[in-house]
Design a protein around this ligand. Structure first.
Ligand SMILES: *[C@@H]1O[C@H](CO)[C@@H](O)[C@H](O)[C@H]1NC(C)=O
Ligand SMILES: *[C@@H]1O[C@H](CO)[C@@H](O)[C@H](O)[C@H]1NC(C)=O
Ligand SMILES: *[C@@H]1O[C@H](CO)[C@@H](O)[C@H](O)[C@H]1NC(C)=O
Ligand SMILES: *[C@@H]1O[C@H](CO)[C@@H](O)[C@H](O)[C@H]1NC(C)=O
Ligand SMILES: *[C@@H]1O[C@H](CO)[C@@H](O)[C@H](O)[C@H]1NC(C)=O
Length: 412
């Protein structure tokens, strides 16, 4: 008798882990990321608008130097149980996002051998059970391409990643999870270091793929350009650095069905220091396209941006110059309705379909997204037949101006 009772909790556990996901495999995605580290910076769980999303990704669990563990350090992991239960109480799928820009050091080593893949499948499925999440998302930046600077890396990363995902799908827990990846605009690098021409194997094991269509331009470039361009086929060749249009084309040409592609959108913008002489079309107060900027005088972004210091590789990094959408309101660029403040110069670029603002006193120019550009992205999702949108990050919006605009554009 005793031994039967001793086994019972195990059955109970597997019943919890084996629950059926809430969303059907083709339902549209209205998703966002919740950055755990912003819970204590003014965006607690209670600030989430659960009713306007159907999926929220808690960011991030991080692969470590041991294939047997995932770390929630730096992401206020104590909140994860409450995040999951509140999501479920609101009918929202709660997923864990794994990795991220600073959390991709040990993907390659975790996937490198058959033994490591098997161990990591167990690590991920145990984590999913423990926290009762409905899905897992792998945000590996990037397979066989260096990201933050000190990631483990291997020419077989993409093949190993696929082998891992196939094995995860064979796991009884993994079979039931919604599994997604967030990716750059170019398909995963193959063993020769060029974008793969056939990633159709990923379509078979993933529910969907999120195109991270942001950080396309930033302070690492030589001219100002759009953070999150919708289109770039209309741009000059030199300015074709990627866009939603190019990313969708690249991934669908490589074998991912359109309806498995989700557009990642940004509730933030990047800033640049631009001198008057460069900011305006000569003899006018019209903002110029693609001006040069002073890279050695990087503006400080909003209050969430005040984080200069050594990065995960131990290399000093200045603050990013990032402004969340609310940060543009906070810093006098936009009104509470999300429109340019009087005296702030504004330009809407018709090719990228994204806005710019410029303060000629501080010489700060910002490429960002607003209601108009989010509405355009929503319409593009609808017209193209993409699966939906995912916004980085829910704490970046102001009074749901962006979220409402894209939801309306998609037709949700
Ligand atoms: C397998 O994982 C362990 C950590 O658990 C790591 O030390 C080892 O380097 C990995 N193997 C490879 C080939 O990367
Ligand atoms: C992108 O630009 C090309 C070239 O101007 C145009 O034909 C196409 O309709 C544009 N697509 C979108 C979604 O704006
Ligand atoms: C760029 O900024 C640096 C630091 O503030 C300044 O010393 C330099 O003069 C600026 N360059 C130009 C061309 O304005
Ligand atoms: C940045 O943070 C430091 C330490 O918290 C603070 O002293 C400083 O005033 C902050 N700077 C800005 C511009 O917010
Ligand atoms: C522009 O920047 C200056 C200096 O930081 C600031 O005083 C001003 O309020 C800002 N806004 C406008 C509309 O000029």
């Amino acid at each position: 008798m005793l031994s039967i009772f001793a086994i019972l909790p195990l059955f109970a556990l597997s019943a919890i882990c084996a629950k059926i996901p809430a969303a059907s495999s083709t339902s549209p995605i209205a998703a966002t990321w919740y950055a755990g580290w912003h819970a204590t910076k003014g965006f607690p769980l209670s600030s989430i608008n659960w009713e306007k999303y159907n999926t929220i990704y808690y960011s991030f669990a991080i692969p470590t130097s041991s294939v047997d563990s995932l770390s929630l350090d730096g992401s206020d992991g104590d909140l994860l149980p409450e995040f999951v239960s509140t999501a479920h109480a609101n009918g929202v799928e709660a997923h864990i996002a794994i990795g991220g820009w600073t959390g991709s050091l040990y993907f390659s080593s975790s996937f490198a051998t058959a033994a490591n893949r098997t161990a990591f499948v167990k690590t991920v499925s145990d984590f999913a059970c423990k926290y009762n999440v409905d899905g897992v998302q792998f945000d590996w930046e990037y397979p066989n391409r260096q990201g933050v600077g000190c990631n483990t890396i291997n020419k077989d990363d993409t093949a190993n990643f696929l082998a891992f995902l196939q094995e995860l799908r064979l796991d009884p827990v993994g079979a039931k999870l919604t599994i997604s990846v967030s990716v750059s605009l170019l398909p995963f690098m193959d063993a020769s270091g060029t974008p793969s021409t056939d990633v159709s194997g990923f379509a078979k094991v993933l529910d969907y793929i999120i195109l991270m269509n942001y950080d396309v331009w930033g302070s690492w470039d030589s001219t100002v350009g759009p953070n999150a361009p919708l289109n770039d086929t209309c741009a000059t060749t030199a300015n074709q650095q990627g866009s939603a249009v190019s990313g969708v084309k690249a991934w669908s040409n490589a074998g991912i069905p359109i309806e498995q592609l989700v557009l990642g959108v940004a509730a933030y913008g990047h800033s640049f220091n631009v001198a008057h002489a460069d900011a305006f079309v000569s003899d006018t107060k019209k903002l110029a396209a693609s001006p040069t900027f002073n890279a050695s005088d990087k503006p400080l972004g909003d209050v969430w941006d005040n984080t200069s210091g050594p990065d995960v590789c131990g290399v000093y990094q200045p603050s990013g110059g990032t402004f969340r959408f609310w940060g543009l309101v906070d810093n006098g660029f936009l009104t509470e309705k999300g429109k340019p403040v009087g005296g702030i110069h504004y330009r809407y670029d018709e090719c990228s379909q994204t806005p710019y603002v410029y303060n000629e006193t501080s010489q700060v120019m910002i490429s960002y997204d607003n209601a108009k550009s989010f509405d355009a992205k929503g319409k593009y999702i609808k017209d193209t037949g993409l699966r939906g949108f995912a916004m980085w990050e829910t704490g970046g919006d102001y009074n749901n101006i962006l979220l409402d605009a894209i939801s309306k554009g998609v037709g949700y």
